[in-house]
Design a protein around this ligand. Structure first.
Ligand code: DGJ
Length: 722
């Protein structure tokens, strides 16, 4: 029984409803899908009175009798280039005869329970979803376009992608193929984006009023990148964390993307999300089809926090590998920050004892198991037997005997020129022909070439065969600076590259279904929904300094759940701004928790302290995996957040002081998200507080002066009243 999607024949209107939102569009006089509404849930009435039929000088119209229907004025579901819409477009194509654009008209539609799959790309999993497929046809019938909508009623998310089919006899070319276009009434919106750089990923949260013209962000690097992120949002000027209207957008894609928000001459706003058109010219041979990546959108009238919580539920249930939903993630001890390249068998075994004493459950052998510095051997994937004379299988067995799991670092997409592979297969390197710039002493392998993917799959399998292994860290430490390929066309290079990465991730996941893959890109340079489809958690940043790390994590949490945010307590924080160990613990406990330090040199006191942290973290892990996040404070001086269980019976409240200010002797924080009528016992002072008191009056954090880096964590558990 279809509950969410409905078509009204009389008004030719499609209605897509989630628990709290509605989306509607009609088929207009031109046969075009005309957008009518997206926002808070409303009745599925005739909404066409809202259509804008006010045309003015210079706008094109379809002819006599249709003077008031202009493709440059009405709200479009699919704006195509060269078809009368001068605003930002979603699709640009050249047909088999060299003609630009194609006027597309409604032909038919299908409603489905569940959804269709998206070939070779990650996509939302369709659990409890309904979907709609609207087929549009061009005049010449050579091009067919299907608009796909997938509706997730429970988490208020609607996903969209477009399928372009070449039904003709000649090749057609796509020059832009965005996934989502959404027209919003008015321009009184503010744009929210996360910006950053290496060691500051998504920490610069920017909120700016939209201007006439275009704003937005993009990546041309071959990866979503450290700087921008495919997530963006627009909100009302008065919207804040807890109230107000917010639309959030994201893309299930890890390659070049482009997001834009254009305010047009009539003062309306168009959002476009999708693959970047940078060097994009994708040929579709006769009889074949192209699928855009899937974009997702959410509307919330419960502020930025409401948008984040909807996205979090969506990512946790519809994106990450199903076997990791709500599943315990091992507390790892990763060798990188503690040892860097200085790893060997003896050292790992010594580390293992420290790791166990600190409560870690799995030891990750990071970079260094096949090389001594970053200058050599990437691409060969051969263990360095000088350092690991008994091999990795033997080492893993010893770790398991001690009660520790084992994890290993890879960077499959990369190659050092000082490697056996480079000598044998120089043509596998991404190169524009002019030679290539190095970055971190390395070059990039052409993942768009299926033979390269086959080779890497074989090498990864060879390394893992006979090794008891539970975890794999999948790193990527440079961008593509000169795209060039000896396989396939230049215009399809970037898209084929990332599809090759996905193919390899899929093959490895299928071959080792129990393996927990944590992705990484020089810290958090590829933190996106595409990666999360294969890896339930991502290394968030190489910066673990708790002062900065909180900004990185809070920025990341706008779109991504705590359960995806991998976070470690380290000795080397990257910036020298260490803070106390407790400060580092509270910070790391925001996400998937672990350690990255030389556990072999820990004093007994330090081991006990870490063991205490691990135990505290285990108490709150269910909240990290599935709790509702409330960002309570983030003002540069203090950060505070709460994670509240779905049944509101438990919550963990965390507070950190980021900057000393003599005027702040104490600080009052209001803790939201609890059941206002219920009583909770605080693990801080043991007293009982009602949820409403915590939400509206709050609690007082004492002893701030001079105590920069004060870190507090309190558990609230509901108690039954007598
Ligand atoms: C970059 C990652 O972010 C680090 O955690 C570490 O794995 C290094 N690469 C290893 O080269």
């Amino acid at each position: 029984m279809m509950n969410c999607i409905r078509y009204c024949e009389e008004t030719a209107t499609f209605y897509l409803n989630t628990a709290h939102t509605s989306y509607a569009f009609c088929i207009n006089e031109l046969g075009a899908p005309e957008h009518l509404y997206y926002g808070a849930r409303i009745p599925s009435d005739d909404l066409r009175h809202i259509r804008n039929k006010h045309v003015y000088s210079f706008v094109p119209y379809a002819g006599r009798g249709l003077e008031c229907v202009s493709p440059d004025v009405f709200f479009q579901e699919l704006p195509v280039a060269n078809c009368g819409d001068f605003r930002s477009i979603a699709l640009s194509l050249v047909d088999g005869n060299g003609k630009y654009g194609a006027r597309m008209r409604y032909a038919s539609h299908i409603l489905r329970e569940g959804r269709l799959s998206l070939p070779d790309l990650p996509y939302s999993r369709g659990i409890g979803a309904e979907s709609l497929e609207v087929t549009l046809k061009g005049e010449t019938k050579e091009i067919e376009i299907k608009l796909h909508y997938v509706v997730y009623p429970a988490c208020d998310v609607i996903a969209r992608y477009t399928e372009i089919i070449n039904c003709g006899k000649k090749e057609i070319h796509l020059q832009k193929a965005a996934s989502l276009s959404l027209d919003l009434y008015g321009h009184e919106w503010e744009l929210i984006e996360t910006y950053g750089t290496y060691q500051y990923e998504r920490a610069a949260v920017q909120r700016t009023p939209l201007k006439y013209g275009t704003s937005g962000s993009f990546s041309h690097k071959g990866a979503s990148g450290h700087q921008g992120n495919p997530f963006m949002a627009v909100c009302r000027p008065e919207a804040c964390e807890d109230t107000g209207e917010v639309y959030g957008f994201n893309l299930i894609y890890s390659g070049n993307y482009e997001n834009s928000a254009e305010v047009d001459a009539l003062g309306n706003t168009r959002i476009i999300t999708g693959i970047s058109d940078y060097q994009f010219d994708f040929a579709i041979p006769a009889g074949e089809r192209f699928f855009t990546p899937e974009a997702v959108m959410v509307y919330s009238d419960c502020g930025i926090g409401g948008m984040s919580r909807a996205f979090h539920d969506f990512v946790r249930r519809q994106i990450i590998p199903p076997s990791f939903v709500n599943r315990h993630r091992p507390v790892v001890l990763n060798t990188w920050e503690g040892c860097y390249f200085d790893v060997n068998e003896q050292k790992i075994l010594a580390l293992a004892d420290g790791a166990i004493a600190a409560g870690a459950e799995l030891l990750v052998l990071d970079d260094g198991w096949f090389r001594t510095d970053d200058n050599e051997n990437l691409g060969d994937w051969q263990t360095d037997f000088k350092r690991f004379p008994h091999g990795l299988g033997w080492l893993s067995d010893r770790l398991h005997e001690k009660g520790l799991g084992f994890g290993l670092w890879f960077e499959p997409e990369m190659i050092n020129s000082k490697s056996r592979l480079y000598g044998e297969r120089p043509e596998w390197v991404v190169c524009s022909g002019d030679g290539c710039y190095l970055s971190r002493n390395q070059l990039v392998l052409d993942m768009g070439n299926p033979v390269v993917v086959d080779y890497l799959f074989e090498r990864i399998c060879a390394c893992l065969s006979g090794v008891k292994i539970e975890y794999l860290k999948w790193d990527m430490n440079r961008y593509i600076s000169e795209a060039g390929t000896s396989c396939g066309t230049q215009g399809s290079f970037f898209h084929r590259y990332i599809k090759g990465v996905y193919r390899l991730l899929r093959r490895v996941s299928e071959k080792f279904p129990a393996l927990l893959i944590e992705t990484c890109a020089g810290g958090g340079g590829r933190f996106d929904l595409g990666m999360l489809y294969y890896s339930p958690q991502i290394w968030t940043s190489d910066n673990t300094d708790p002062y900065t790390r909180n900004a990185i994590q809070l920025g990341t949490s706008l779109a991504y759940p705590n359960s995806a945010i991998s976070s470690h307590v380290t000795h080397n924080v990257g910036t020298g701004l260490n803070g106390s160990m407790r400060f580092r613990y509270v910070t790391a406990s925001f996400g998937v928790y672990g350690y990255e330090l030389d556990a072999g040199i820990l004093s007994e006191e330090e081991r006990d302290m870490l063991l205490g942290f691990t135990r505290e973290q285990k108490e709150i892990e269910p909240l990290v995996l599935d709790g509702d996040l409330y960002r309570l404070l983030d003002n540069g001086k203090f950060a505070a957040w709460a994670l509240v269980s779905k049944d509101r019976s438990r919550a963990v409240f965390s507070f950190v002081q980021l900057r000393y200010n003599a005027m702040d002797k104490t600080c009052v924080v209001r803790i939201k998200g609890l059941d206002e009528a219920a009583l909770y016992r605080s693990s801080g002072d043991g007293k009982l507080y009602r949820g409403g008191v915590l939400a509206h009056l709050g609690i007082r954090i004492e002893d701030l002066p001079g105590n920069t880096g004060k870190a507090v964590q309190i558990l609230f558990e509901r108690v039954e009243e007598e």
